[in-house]
Write a protein that binds this ligand. Structure first.
Ligand SMILES: Nc1ncnc2c1ncn2[C@@H]1O[C@H](COP(=O)(O)OP(=O)(O)OP(=O)(O)O)[C@@H](O)[C@H]1O
Length: 302
Protein backbone atom coordinates (compact mmCIF):
# COMPACT_ATOMS: atom_id res chain seq x y z
CA UNK A 1 0.00 0.00 0.00
CA UNK A 2 1.26 3.49 -0.86
CA UNK A 3 0.26 6.19 1.61
CA UNK A 4 0.74 9.82 0.63
CA UNK A 5 0.15 12.09 3.58
CA UNK A 6 -0.05 15.91 3.36
CA UNK A 7 2.75 15.79 0.79
CA UNK A 8 4.12 19.18 -0.30
CA UNK A 9 6.94 20.08 -2.70
CA UNK A 10 7.99 23.62 -3.57
CA UNK A 11 10.53 24.69 -6.17
CA UNK A 12 11.32 28.33 -5.39
CA UNK A 13 8.02 30.15 -5.90
CA UNK A 14 6.30 27.16 -7.56
CA UNK A 15 4.28 24.74 -5.45
CA UNK A 16 4.35 21.54 -7.49
CA UNK A 17 2.57 19.40 -4.87
CA UNK A 18 0.35 20.98 -2.24
CA UNK A 19 -0.76 19.07 0.90
CA UNK A 20 -1.62 16.02 -1.17
CA UNK A 21 -3.03 12.94 0.58
CA UNK A 22 -4.23 9.68 -0.98
CA UNK A 23 -3.83 5.92 -0.65
CA UNK A 24 -3.07 3.38 -3.36
CA UNK A 25 -4.19 -0.18 -2.55
CA UNK A 26 -2.94 -3.53 -3.80
CA UNK A 27 -4.99 -5.62 -6.21
CA UNK A 28 -6.04 -2.66 -8.36
CA UNK A 29 -4.73 -0.65 -11.27
CA UNK A 30 -4.90 2.94 -10.02
CA UNK A 31 -4.83 5.71 -12.63
CA UNK A 32 -2.97 8.84 -11.52
CA UNK A 33 -4.48 11.62 -13.61
CA UNK A 34 -4.03 15.34 -14.02
CA UNK A 35 -3.39 17.91 -16.74
CA UNK A 36 0.17 18.85 -17.74
CA UNK A 37 2.06 20.34 -14.82
CA UNK A 38 -0.41 19.00 -12.22
CA UNK A 39 2.42 17.47 -10.20
CA UNK A 40 2.18 13.78 -11.14
CA UNK A 41 5.87 13.23 -11.94
CA UNK A 42 6.92 15.21 -8.88
CA UNK A 43 4.68 13.05 -6.67
CA UNK A 44 6.08 9.82 -8.17
CA UNK A 45 9.65 11.05 -7.59
CA UNK A 46 8.76 11.82 -3.97
CA UNK A 47 7.21 8.35 -3.55
CA UNK A 48 10.51 6.88 -4.74
CA UNK A 49 12.57 9.15 -2.51
CA UNK A 50 14.38 10.67 -5.52
CA UNK A 51 13.52 14.12 -4.17
CA UNK A 52 12.86 15.22 -0.61
CA UNK A 53 9.45 16.69 0.19
CA UNK A 54 9.13 20.22 1.54
CA UNK A 55 6.49 18.81 3.90
CA UNK A 56 4.44 15.69 4.56
CA UNK A 57 5.44 12.09 3.96
CA UNK A 58 5.09 9.06 1.71
CA UNK A 59 5.35 5.48 2.83
CA UNK A 60 5.19 2.17 1.01
CA UNK A 61 3.89 -0.57 3.28
CA UNK A 62 4.63 1.66 6.24
CA UNK A 63 8.25 2.44 5.36
CA UNK A 64 10.02 5.09 3.31
CA UNK A 65 11.37 3.71 0.02
CA UNK A 66 14.94 4.78 0.66
CA UNK A 67 14.95 2.97 4.01
CA UNK A 68 14.59 -0.33 2.15
CA UNK A 69 17.55 -2.36 1.02
CA UNK A 70 17.36 -3.79 -2.54
CA UNK A 71 14.70 -1.33 -3.70
CA UNK A 72 13.93 -2.94 -7.07
CA UNK A 73 12.65 -6.06 -5.36
CA UNK A 74 10.08 -4.06 -3.53
CA UNK A 75 9.16 -1.26 -5.93
CA UNK A 76 9.57 -1.24 -9.70
CA UNK A 77 9.24 2.08 -11.53
CA UNK A 78 9.26 3.51 -15.02
CA UNK A 79 9.76 7.25 -14.71
CA UNK A 80 11.49 8.55 -17.83
CA UNK A 81 12.08 6.08 -20.65
CA UNK A 82 14.89 8.30 -21.99
CA UNK A 83 16.92 8.06 -18.80
CA UNK A 84 19.00 5.15 -20.07
CA UNK A 85 22.56 4.82 -21.32
CA UNK A 86 22.15 4.90 -25.13
CA UNK A 87 25.46 3.13 -25.78
CA UNK A 88 24.47 -0.05 -23.96
CA UNK A 89 22.40 -2.95 -25.23
CA UNK A 90 19.08 -3.79 -23.59
CA UNK A 91 20.69 -6.95 -22.25
CA UNK A 92 23.66 -5.08 -20.72
CA UNK A 93 21.38 -2.41 -19.20
CA UNK A 94 19.16 -4.95 -17.45
CA UNK A 95 22.09 -7.14 -16.41
CA UNK A 96 23.74 -4.19 -14.61
CA UNK A 97 20.45 -3.41 -12.86
CA UNK A 98 19.94 -7.04 -11.86
CA UNK A 99 23.45 -7.38 -10.49
CA UNK A 100 23.31 -4.21 -8.39
CA UNK A 101 19.98 -5.33 -6.89
CA UNK A 102 21.06 -8.96 -6.39
CA UNK A 103 18.37 -10.20 -8.73
CA UNK A 104 19.01 -13.57 -10.42
CA UNK A 105 20.36 -13.31 -13.99
CA UNK A 106 17.54 -15.47 -15.41
CA UNK A 107 15.06 -12.66 -14.64
CA UNK A 108 16.75 -10.55 -17.36
CA UNK A 109 15.79 -13.09 -20.04
CA UNK A 110 12.31 -13.49 -18.56
CA UNK A 111 11.49 -9.77 -18.59
CA UNK A 112 13.00 -9.24 -22.08
CA UNK A 113 10.68 -11.99 -23.29
CA UNK A 114 7.74 -10.54 -21.35
CA UNK A 115 8.03 -7.07 -22.94
CA UNK A 116 8.72 -8.39 -26.44
CA UNK A 117 12.34 -7.20 -26.67
CA UNK A 118 14.04 -10.61 -26.70
CA UNK A 119 14.83 -10.22 -30.41
CA UNK A 120 16.39 -6.77 -29.88
CA UNK A 121 18.31 -7.64 -26.70
CA UNK A 122 21.77 -7.05 -28.23
CA UNK A 123 20.90 -3.83 -30.06
CA UNK A 124 22.09 -0.45 -28.74
CA UNK A 125 19.37 1.35 -26.78
CA UNK A 126 20.37 4.59 -28.54
CA UNK A 127 18.74 3.23 -31.71
CA UNK A 128 15.47 2.26 -29.99
CA UNK A 129 12.15 3.92 -30.84
CA UNK A 130 10.21 5.61 -28.01
CA UNK A 131 7.91 2.59 -27.81
CA UNK A 132 10.90 0.24 -27.49
CA UNK A 133 12.39 2.44 -24.76
CA UNK A 134 9.06 2.32 -22.92
CA UNK A 135 9.13 -1.48 -23.16
CA UNK A 136 12.69 -1.52 -21.81
CA UNK A 137 11.67 0.73 -18.91
CA UNK A 138 8.78 -1.62 -18.17
CA UNK A 139 11.19 -4.58 -18.26
CA UNK A 140 13.39 -2.79 -15.69
CA UNK A 141 10.37 -2.15 -13.46
CA UNK A 142 9.41 -5.84 -13.59
CA UNK A 143 12.94 -7.13 -13.04
CA UNK A 144 12.78 -7.49 -9.26
CA UNK A 145 9.29 -9.09 -9.39
CA UNK A 146 8.13 -6.32 -7.02
CA UNK A 147 4.77 -6.09 -5.23
CA UNK A 148 4.55 -2.33 -5.95
CA UNK A 149 4.84 -0.85 -9.46
CA UNK A 150 4.82 2.80 -10.57
CA UNK A 151 4.59 3.89 -14.20
CA UNK A 152 4.81 7.52 -15.38
CA UNK A 153 2.99 7.97 -18.72
CA UNK A 154 3.84 4.41 -19.84
CA UNK A 155 1.46 4.43 -22.82
CA UNK A 156 3.36 7.29 -24.48
CA UNK A 157 4.80 6.22 -27.80
CA UNK A 158 3.18 2.79 -27.85
CA UNK A 159 1.21 1.71 -30.92
CA UNK A 160 -2.35 0.33 -30.46
CA UNK A 161 -1.07 -3.25 -30.17
CA UNK A 162 1.44 -2.08 -27.52
CA UNK A 163 -1.29 -0.23 -25.60
CA UNK A 164 -3.47 -3.36 -25.61
CA UNK A 165 -0.57 -5.50 -24.42
CA UNK A 166 0.33 -3.07 -21.61
CA UNK A 167 -3.27 -2.86 -20.40
CA UNK A 168 -3.33 -6.65 -20.21
CA UNK A 169 -0.05 -6.63 -18.29
CA UNK A 170 -1.35 -4.06 -15.77
CA UNK A 171 -4.52 -6.09 -15.20
CA UNK A 172 -2.51 -9.25 -14.68
CA UNK A 173 -0.13 -7.54 -12.21
CA UNK A 174 -3.08 -6.21 -10.23
CA UNK A 175 -4.84 -9.59 -10.31
CA UNK A 176 -1.69 -11.07 -8.78
CA UNK A 177 -2.31 -8.77 -5.82
CA UNK A 178 0.27 -6.11 -6.64
CA UNK A 179 -0.11 -2.36 -6.25
CA UNK A 180 -0.07 -0.72 -9.69
CA UNK A 181 -0.04 3.08 -10.08
CA UNK A 182 -0.12 4.45 -13.65
CA UNK A 183 0.04 8.16 -14.48
CA UNK A 184 -1.49 9.83 -17.52
CA UNK A 185 -2.79 13.23 -18.58
CA UNK A 186 -5.48 11.58 -20.73
CA UNK A 187 -8.64 10.10 -19.25
CA UNK A 188 -9.18 8.19 -22.50
CA UNK A 189 -5.97 6.26 -21.78
CA UNK A 190 -7.16 5.32 -18.30
CA UNK A 191 -10.74 4.46 -19.25
CA UNK A 192 -9.95 0.84 -20.06
CA UNK A 193 -6.81 0.63 -17.96
CA UNK A 194 -7.58 1.68 -14.39
CA UNK A 195 -10.33 0.69 -11.97
CA UNK A 196 -9.35 3.25 -9.32
CA UNK A 197 -8.54 6.92 -9.96
CA UNK A 198 -6.53 9.59 -8.20
CA UNK A 199 -7.09 12.91 -9.98
CA UNK A 200 -4.95 15.96 -9.16
CA UNK A 201 -4.76 19.53 -10.43
CA UNK A 202 -2.19 22.17 -9.47
CA UNK A 203 -0.70 19.79 -6.94
CA UNK A 204 -3.93 19.26 -5.00
CA UNK A 205 -6.33 16.34 -4.84
CA UNK A 206 -9.47 16.63 -6.99
CA UNK A 207 -10.85 13.09 -6.70
CA UNK A 208 -9.85 9.69 -5.34
CA UNK A 209 -12.46 7.05 -6.09
CA UNK A 210 -13.44 4.12 -8.28
CA UNK A 211 -13.59 4.86 -11.99
CA UNK A 212 -17.28 3.86 -11.99
CA UNK A 213 -18.00 6.38 -9.20
CA UNK A 214 -16.13 9.09 -11.09
CA UNK A 215 -18.11 8.27 -14.23
CA UNK A 216 -21.46 8.35 -12.42
CA UNK A 217 -20.65 11.69 -10.77
CA UNK A 218 -19.02 13.40 -13.71
CA UNK A 219 -21.12 12.41 -16.66
CA UNK A 220 -24.55 13.86 -15.92
CA UNK A 221 -26.66 13.35 -19.03
CA UNK A 222 -28.06 16.30 -20.94
CA UNK A 223 -31.00 16.31 -23.31
CA UNK A 224 -31.08 18.34 -26.49
CA UNK A 225 -34.57 19.48 -27.51
CA UNK A 226 -35.57 21.39 -30.64
CA UNK A 227 -38.94 23.06 -30.83
CA UNK A 228 -40.60 25.95 -32.72
CA UNK A 229 -41.76 27.26 -29.30
CA UNK A 230 -38.49 27.48 -27.32
CA UNK A 231 -39.69 30.20 -24.93
CA UNK A 232 -42.85 28.27 -23.97
CA UNK A 233 -40.97 24.99 -23.46
CA UNK A 234 -38.19 26.71 -21.47
CA UNK A 235 -40.78 28.13 -19.07
CA UNK A 236 -42.45 24.72 -18.71
CA UNK A 237 -39.17 22.89 -18.06
CA UNK A 238 -37.70 25.38 -15.60
CA UNK A 239 -41.09 25.49 -13.84
CA UNK A 240 -40.77 21.72 -13.38
CA UNK A 241 -37.26 22.03 -11.91
CA UNK A 242 -34.96 21.44 -14.91
CA UNK A 243 -32.01 23.62 -15.89
CA UNK A 244 -32.25 24.91 -19.43
CA UNK A 245 -29.87 26.79 -21.70
CA UNK A 246 -31.21 28.06 -25.01
CA UNK A 247 -29.59 28.60 -28.39
CA UNK A 248 -32.16 29.73 -31.03
CA UNK A 249 -34.69 26.87 -31.35
CA UNK A 250 -32.46 24.39 -29.52
CA UNK A 251 -32.57 23.81 -25.75
CA UNK A 252 -30.02 21.93 -23.66
CA UNK A 253 -31.70 20.46 -20.59
CA UNK A 254 -30.12 19.01 -17.46
CA UNK A 255 -31.85 17.57 -14.43
CA UNK A 256 -34.71 15.96 -16.35
CA UNK A 257 -34.77 12.88 -18.57
CA UNK A 258 -36.05 12.71 -22.14
CA UNK A 259 -39.20 10.72 -21.24
CA UNK A 260 -40.38 13.36 -18.81
CA UNK A 261 -39.57 16.22 -21.21
CA UNK A 262 -41.59 14.43 -23.93
CA UNK A 263 -44.57 13.98 -21.58
CA UNK A 264 -44.49 17.63 -20.48
CA UNK A 265 -44.36 18.82 -24.07
CA UNK A 266 -47.24 16.56 -25.16
CA UNK A 267 -49.44 17.55 -22.25
CA UNK A 268 -48.89 21.23 -23.08
CA UNK A 269 -49.25 20.76 -26.87
CA UNK A 270 -45.70 21.91 -27.64
CA UNK A 271 -44.30 20.43 -30.85
CA UNK A 272 -40.88 18.76 -30.55
CA UNK A 273 -38.56 18.34 -33.52
CA UNK A 274 -35.73 16.63 -31.66
CA UNK A 275 -35.28 14.89 -28.30
CA UNK A 276 -31.78 13.49 -27.86
CA UNK A 277 -30.09 12.27 -24.68
CA UNK A 278 -26.36 12.83 -24.56
CA UNK A 279 -24.02 11.44 -21.92
CA UNK A 280 -20.73 13.28 -21.63
CA UNK A 281 -17.67 11.11 -22.21
CA UNK A 282 -15.34 10.39 -19.31
CA UNK A 283 -12.78 12.59 -21.05
CA UNK A 284 -15.23 15.52 -21.02
CA UNK A 285 -16.03 14.90 -17.35
CA UNK A 286 -12.32 14.87 -16.55
CA UNK A 287 -11.73 18.10 -18.50
CA UNK A 288 -14.60 19.81 -16.75
CA UNK A 289 -13.36 18.71 -13.34
CA UNK A 290 -9.80 19.85 -13.97
CA UNK A 291 -10.64 22.97 -16.02
CA UNK A 292 -9.66 25.32 -13.20
CA UNK A 293 -6.27 23.71 -12.84
CA UNK A 294 -5.13 23.63 -16.46
CA UNK A 295 -1.90 25.58 -16.57
CA UNK A 296 -1.56 26.20 -20.31
CA UNK A 297 -4.56 26.94 -22.49
CA UNK A 298 -3.96 27.36 -26.21
CA UNK A 299 -5.18 30.62 -27.75
CA UNK A 300 -7.18 31.68 -24.73
CA UNK A 301 -6.45 34.08 -21.90
CA UNK A 302 -7.52 32.71 -18.55
N1 LIG B 1 12.94 20.48 -10.80
C1 LIG B 1 12.00 21.41 -10.89
N2 LIG B 1 12.31 22.72 -10.73
C2 LIG B 1 11.34 23.66 -10.80
N3 LIG B 1 10.05 23.43 -11.05
C3 LIG B 1 9.68 22.16 -11.23
C4 LIG B 1 10.63 21.07 -11.17
N4 LIG B 1 9.97 19.91 -11.38
C5 LIG B 1 8.68 20.24 -11.58
N5 LIG B 1 8.50 21.57 -11.49
C6 LIG B 1 7.21 22.30 -11.63
O1 LIG B 1 6.26 21.63 -10.83
C7 LIG B 1 4.99 21.56 -11.48
C8 LIG B 1 4.55 20.12 -11.57
O2 LIG B 1 5.36 19.42 -12.52
P1 LIG B 1 5.24 17.86 -12.81
O3 LIG B 1 6.26 17.54 -13.86
O4 LIG B 1 5.28 17.12 -11.55
O5 LIG B 1 3.78 17.75 -13.43
P2 LIG B 1 3.11 16.56 -14.24
O6 LIG B 1 1.73 16.44 -13.71
O7 LIG B 1 3.97 15.37 -14.21
O8 LIG B 1 3.03 17.15 -15.70
P3 LIG B 1 3.19 16.46 -17.16
O9 LIG B 1 1.90 15.75 -17.47
O10 LIG B 1 3.37 17.67 -18.04
O11 LIG B 1 4.39 15.58 -17.10
C9 LIG B 1 5.16 22.26 -12.81
O12 LIG B 1 4.71 23.59 -12.67
C10 LIG B 1 6.64 22.21 -13.06
O13 LIG B 1 7.05 23.30 -13.83
Amino acid sequence: MIEVNELTKRYGGTTAVDHLSFTVRPGHVTGFLGPNGAGKSTTLRLVLGLNDPTGGSVTIDGRRFRDRPRGLRHVGALLDAHEVHGGRSALAHLTVLARSNRIPRRRVDEVLEEVGLAGARRRRIGGFSLGMKQRLGIAAALLGDPPVLLFDEPLNGLDPEGVKWLRGLFHRLAAEGRTVLVSSHLMSEMENTADQLVVIGRGTLIAAERLTEFAARGTRPTVTVRTPDPAVLTALLTGAGAEVSRDADSLTVTGMDADRIGELALRNRVLLRELTTRTASLEEAFMELTADSVEYLAGEAR
